[in-house]
Design a protein around this ligand. Sequence first.
Ligand code: SF4
Length: 347
Amino acid sequence: MTQIHTAQESARGPRDRMGRALRDLRISVTDRCNFRCRYCMPREVFGPDFAFLPHEALLTFEEITTLARIFVTLGVRKLRLTGGEPLLRRDLEQLVRMLAAIPGVEEIALTTNGSLLTPAKAKALREAGLTRVTVSLDSLDDDVFMRMNDVHFPVQRVLAAIDAAAAAGLTPVKVNMVVKRGMNDHCVLDMARHFRGSGHILRFIEYMDVGTSNGWRMEDVVPAAEILEQIHRVWPLEAVPPRYPGEVATRYRYADGAGEIGVIASVTRPFCGGCTRARLSSDGQLYLCLFAAKGYDLRSLLRAGAAEDEIRTRVREIWEGRTDRYSEIRTAATRGLPKVEMSRIGG
Ligand code: SF4
């Protein structure tokens, strides 16, 4: 039964079963990537015979824009473009321009591995309306980084992409480092040292049991507390209050003024209570959690010619039924559950 909403409730936008609003939409524009990061797309699963989505299965830029417009009317203010590797999708700046024209959009961000972020591309994305970028970089040590991305892509080219983003004004540039014990946990201080005073914000991400193919084990997780302690011993840190409710990273600044870092501690400090994020896969499935087992098909509605109001009502119903809080209920039993692959919906 369709719930009757007061004008105020409609204006406020839907709340899920935990009272969480819908504020952020992460849009995956492709399930393909040119890296094979061990914690996301291990080569043994995503090998040469892996059946990626055919082009016609992908939402067109027009379809993505229509859905984004609907989500904005339900309260979304931040859009994030993800993948796979989003810059593999041709003419992405065209999509950015279309999204930037939607009234109510406050920010359009992009998460990328940097491999295709040249100065010209960064400039074109900025001019199209992109606000800022997050670049993934798991080590400054070429051997370690190449072992983690498994395509032998050099660190220098990712650092050049970060410079290109900053030069284009896509700031603050955030740099995401996934920390895995025995893989790159010995690189934490080097990364901190490199980005101190740079103006870029380095975030340390706890290794997560995303999807079902990365062989996740709890013993491979380096807790945020341990990472912070390692840094604090060398460069004292101070906690910084969140910019807004539901901010993903917990913020810290160097007491000596050398800038800010963050930790994203989904395993040891879950933050589901403030999670206002929805995720759209590149084939038009709506996911309510990074660790969701199933998505809701919006593409069929779109391609069947459903009116925007009808789709809006459907999205509102789906969100109002949301109870997801995987990180809060993660146990040995939940680890084996089927979960969508992160490369399908972005981080
Ligand atoms: S585990 Fe799911 S509900 Fe919790 S913060 Fe992450 S995406 Fe949100």
